[in-house]
Design a protein around this ligand. Structure first.
Ligand SMILES: [Zn+2]
Length: 88
């Protein structure tokens, strides 16, 4: 059972998102999406990782040096295989 307060918080978050989208449409600052799956652009290993995996430390520091995916399936669709260490 969802508490009323929880629903209020949810709707508050939705309103905030709507405002951000409006800002965006009006040429405001770009909305930064938090993407959780990353893969190196330069590595020969076609693996993807969860952001924060130890193996991402080298390439994550290079801006534009890695691919980002918003879902496990999206990374798979790009032909990558999940990292065994972080269980991406
Ligand atoms: Zn990993």
């Amino acid at each position: 059972m969802i508490q009323d307060r929880t629903m209020q918080n949810l709707w508050g978050a939705v309103d905030e998102l709507r405002q951000r989208v409006e800002e965006l449409e009006n040429g405001g600052t770009p909305l930064v999406m938090e993407l959780d799956y990353v893969a190196s652009m330069t590595s020969n290993r076609k693996t993807f990782h969860l952001r924060g995996c130890k193996f991402t430390e080298g390439f994550i520091a290079v801006e534009g040096g890695y691919f980002q995916f918003s879902s496990h399936d999206e990374a798979l669709a790009a032909g990558l295989v999940p990292c065994k260490r972080c269980g991406a």
